[in-house]
Write a protein that binds this ligand. Structure first.
Ligand SMILES: *[C@@H]1O[C@H](CO)[C@@H](O)[C@H](O)[C@H]1NC(C)=O
Ligand SMILES: *[C@@H]1O[C@H](CO)[C@@H](O)[C@H](O)[C@H]1NC(C)=O
Ligand SMILES: *[C@@H]1O[C@H](CO)[C@@H](O)[C@H](O)[C@H]1NC(C)=O
Ligand SMILES: *[C@@H]1O[C@H](CO)[C@@H](O)[C@H](O)[C@H]1NC(C)=O
Length: 485
């Protein structure tokens, strides 16, 4: 029934004109502000550890995640997500023994033991036998496949210093969750990452846009019995690593590779860590990376204010949740657009357990399974809000908008978590708000029904507005053409 009601011509034919002027109480209008500018969108991404260690040679997965093609998978066809950012993980593990000493990592799952390149402390020279450049072929391969498909931003990140840099030689963490890096290795951690960045530039055809030395460094859950690589750092040690990393990148000629920091677990911890740094350390940080695990909580706005004051951007560099429907993903992502104003957003594990993965997979058994509904929810955003677009204010927590100056199109993504209602989009503040009667293509995904990224041609401009009916638990994307700011 909604199909015809969106067409103003049909509305008039049917005599249902009241809907135009008298929306029900629950309906609302989002007015898009063309004067606003919440940053130039850098893109969408994913971390390659751990899934690419297992599935890094599957080009169909590269097609699904890094192109916007229609890709066959599991008997169906998927809309490629078109991600353009890959986060490559510098591993902390190696199986060699150094003078009778070996890594202690009994509890880290095999799929999460990422092979590291600097395998002993004897030499920092990357051409020496202390470095093994052949390890981790699968993760590197997925990065190459991504690049071949158009990915153009890469970040190098670390979950833990190499095992031999750790006090207990265990890259899962210290026994008590405290700091694990040995003081004589603080600079070595920076040397390790800068050396990989230089090697990647010279040998892999990859210039990392940024290097991140930490992963949730203030958290205390990085203990020796954890099942993944992790490392707690004190604020003072973080500051030393940041300073050393800036200097090691510079000395290798990588002056335009940013030091990103600090990938804290929440917006609030991210802000607190940032505020703990002195101005010299802050100036060495080229971008704030933060994780989105605070869900709907936390002061995204305060972290944004801090980044703005420092003149740097924010990436939501890691998001994941266990909600297979994509409801939480849409809710938190829309809050990010409205309050955090990141210029990029990267999912954690593209292939993971039920709920967490976009595609369900068993990394230990190297088996892929079905696609989650959240895959299609994410597609509603990633396929339309594209690199280079200007993010606009919408004045509404459930609406995001982006303007494509080259194509003169306006993209709007909106979700409805409440009872079914009309949402009206008001473009009257634009100098050219499309054309009266113009078709507005509409894609729709229901969080918990079978509708998956379905294209509808039933929505039209009515003067300087258009509207669409949103069932409860729906996300819809619109592309409005012939728009000038
Ligand atoms: C994946 O591809 C890389 C590079 O082509 C190769 O070195 C590696 O052995 C392959 N891995 C598997 C499991 O086939
Ligand atoms: C291993 O031990 C020998 C003898 O003590 C020492 O000369 C050498 O430097 C050590 N190697 C490393 C990599 O620590
Ligand atoms: C800022 O912190 C860095 C890293 O700890 C330190 O080297 C530097 O001396 C500090 N600068 C000031 C002005 O306190
Ligand atoms: C749809 O999913 C949401 C979020 O998981 C849940 O709260 C709601 O109960 C679901 N509704 C139906 C009809 O399954």
């Amino acid at each position: 029934m909604t199909l015809s009601l969106h067409n103003p011509v049909l509305l008039i034919l049917l005599g249902i004109t009241t809907l135009l002027g008298n929306p029900a109480a629950a309906d609302f209008t989002a007015t898009i502000n063309p004067a606003s500018n919440r940053g130039s969108w850098e893109g969408w991404g994913v971390s390659l550890a751990w899934w690419a260690k297992i599935f890094g040679n599957q080009s169909n997965l590269a097609d699904i995640f890094f192109t916007t093609n229609s890709v066959s998978f599991n008997g169906g066809t998927l809309p490629g997500l078109g991600l353009n950012i890959a986060r490559y993980n510098a591993g902390a593990c190696s199986s060699n023994s150094v003078n009778g000493t070996t890594m202690a990592a009994n509890s880290i799952l095999p799929s999460r033991q990422m092979p590291g390149y600097w395998i002993d402390w004897a030499s920092a020279d990357p051409t020496s036998s202390s470095w093994s450049w052949s390890v981790d072929a699968n993760q590197r391969n997925m990065m190459s496949l991504a690049k071949a498909r158009g990915a153009d931003r890469f970040e190098l990140f670390s979950n833990s210093p190499m095992w031999w840099m750790c006090s207990n030689h265990n890259p899962a963490g210290a026994a008590n969750g405290g700091e694990n890096i040995q003081s004589w290795n603080i600079v070595n951690h920076a040397v390790y990452l800068a050396t990989i960045a230089k090697y990647a530039h010279d040998n892999w055809g990859i210039t990392f846009a940024s290097v991140e030395a930490f992963n949730e460094p203030s958290s205390s859950w990085w203990t020796a019995t954890n099942n993944q690589e992790g490392s707690h750092f004190s604020i003072a040690t973080m500051a030393q690593v940041i300073t050393a990393l800036r200097s090691e990148l510079n000395s290798r000629g990588l002056t335009s590779t940013a030091v990103s920091a600090t990938d804290e677990n929440t917006y609030d911890i991210g802000l607190s860590t940032w505020n703990s740094f002195n101005s010299t350390t802050q100036k060495n940080v080229g971008r704030i990376n933060v994780h989105g695990y605070e869900g709907t909580g936390g002061r995204r706005d305060l972290l944004y204010s801090a980044a703005s004051a420092a003149g740097i951007e924010i990436w939501n560099s890691e998001y994941g949740d266990g909600d297979a429907t994509g409801t939480q993903l849409a809710q938190n992502l829309l809050l990010d657009f409205n309050w955090l104003h990141p210029t990029a957003w990267t999912y954690w594990q593209a292939v993971d357990t039920t709920g967490w993965g976009l595609i369900i997979g068993d990394l230990e058994a190297a088996q892929l399974s079905t696609v989650e509904q959240k895959f299609f929810v994410l597609a509603q955003f990633t396929r339309h809000i594209r690199e280079g677009m200007r993010i606009l204010d919408t004045g509404n927590n459930n609406v995001a908008a982006a303007y494509n100056a080259a194509g003169r199109t306006l993209v709007i993504v909106a979700a409805n978590f409440d009872a079914g209602q009309y949402i009206t989009f008001d473009l009257s503040e634009f100098s050219q708000p499309s054309t009266n009667g113009a078709l507005v293509p509409r894609w729709s995904t229901h969080f918990n029904s079978s509708e998956q990224y379905a294209l509808h041609s039933d929505t039209f401009m009515s003067g300087t507005k258009f509207w669409s009916y949103f069932d409860q638990n729906t996300v819809q994307t619109f592309e409005v053409s012939n728009v000038s700011l």
